[in-house]
Each structure stands twice: as structure tokens, then as C-alpha cells.
Design a protein around this ligand. Structure first.
Ligand SMILES: [Zn+2]
Length: 214
């Protein structure tokens, strides 16, 4: 009896770790920040500026990042986006010296999300890029970083968070398409890579075929 209870406790704790079973809806407030939520942290980054006056976000860009690459769960990504990264904390990191970047959102392996930039502002995630003949995708996009690599499958919790975050963004911004960084900066970027399951995400978030990468 006791053994049974222990194992079912362990099972439910494991489920909670993998997929939050009650995930309240994510919502943006009128300033483009996620409302308080058990899985949301806001860490405003200085690496942002205004969008051009007539631009709203019409494109969603999916990325991956982990620092050092393949190492998950640390503070390095948030530190990078806040210009607080200790470059001496790992031998791989000094190559990032002087880099000023950000994304609107960073979804961790456990499905929690950190927001760094209001969706009304221009985050610095895309770099040299173009979409449907227009350059400079930061002007008209929202960037979501998934904690991960091009080759390791993303977690169920990350897909769940992404499928909840997407409609929250669509409610506030006229998003017409979603692309990977690899699609808007081909030859220069490879993320989110073959490990990202576009069919699964499209189904979860109800993107239509014409809104997806070809
Ligand atoms: Zn990227």
C-alpha cells in the first residue's frame, strides 16, 4: 500500500515535471508584457528599441539557444540578454564579447518562459535577415528562443508553452507567418534546426499551411 502510494506520487511528480497539467492561459497586457503566471518571469533587457512607426509584428521567428551550446538550465542565456554574462565562466563564452542581443521570449526545457522585451518593442534576435523580400526582420517580428540545439528534440513542455504563447501573441499582433531563424537568414543561421517539429507545432498552434515555412 505504502509502496503503491509512493510510486503514484513519484509518477505524478514526474508528470508535473514533464508537462504542467494545468497550464492557465498566457496573456499579454496592454504594454506587450505577459501577465503574471506561474510559468512566467519578466526580465526587461536594455537590448531593444522602437519598431519603425508604421510597423507591428507580422512575423513570428523561432530560434534555439543554449549557453554553452548543449548545456541547459543555467543563467547564461538570460545573462547574455541582460548584458551581464560572465565571459570567464566557460571557455566557449569569450567569443560572445561585445554582442548585444535579445529575444522577446526564452522558453526553457521545463516549459517556463522568460520575457525580455515587450512585444511592442523591437528585440535584437534576427540580425541580417529577410522575409518575403523585406530585409531587417527585427522591425516586424517577434522572436522566441527555445532552450535547445539543432539536433536534440525539444521537450513536450516547450511545445505546450509555445502552443499557449502563440495565440496570446496573435490576439495582440497581426501575425501572418512563422519562420525559423534558418529560413530568414539561410546560410548564416541553422536554428531551430531539424530537431524542431514544425508539423507538431503547426497542429498545436493551428497555423495554416500557407503561414508555415515552405
Ligand atoms: Zn536564432
Amino acid at each position: 500500500m505504502i509502496r503503491q502510494r509512493t510510486s503514484s506520487l513519484r509518477r505524478s511528480r514526474q508528470l508535473l515535471d514533464d508537462i504542467p497539467d494545468s497550464f492557465p492561459a498566457l496573456q499579454l497586457d496592454r504594454h506587450g508584457w505577459l501577465r503574471p503566471h506561474p510559468y512566467v518571469t519578466l526580465l526587461p533587457s536594455p537590448n531593444c528599441n522602437q519598431r519603425p512607426p508604421d510597423d507591428d509584428a507580422t512575423l513570428l521567428v523561432i530560434h534555439n539557444i543554449s549557453l554553452p551550446p548543449g548545456v541547459f538550465g543555467g543563467t547564461q542565456v538570460a545573462d547574455l540578454f541582460l548584458n551581464q554574462l560572465d565571459l570567464n565562466s566557460h571557455p566557449w563564452l569569450p567569443r560572445l564579447r561585445g554582442l548585444k542581443v535579445s529575444a522577446h521570449f526564452f522558453i526553457r526545457r521545463d516549459g517556463s518562459v522568460i520575457q525580455f522585451v515587450s512585444t511592442d518593442q523591437r528585440a535584437w534576435h534576427a540580425g541580417v535577415s529577410s522575409h518575403q523580400g523585406r530585409a531587417g526582420c527585427n522591425d516586424f517580428s517577434i522572436g522566441i528562443e527555445l532552450e535547445g540545439t539543432d539536433t536534440l528534440p525539444y521537450t513536450a513542455s516547450q511545445y505546450l508553452c509555445l502552443s499557449q504563447l502563440t495565440p496570446a501573441l496573435q490576439t495582440r499582433h497581426p501575425l501572418r507567418a512563422v519562420r525559423g531563424h534558418e529560413h530568414i537568414a539561410p546560410g548564416r543561421k541553422t536554428d531551430p534546426g531539424p530537431s524542431f517539429d514544425w508539423a507538431r507545432y503547426a497542429r498545436d498552434a493551428q497555423w495554416s499551411r500557407r503561414q508555415l515555412p515552405a
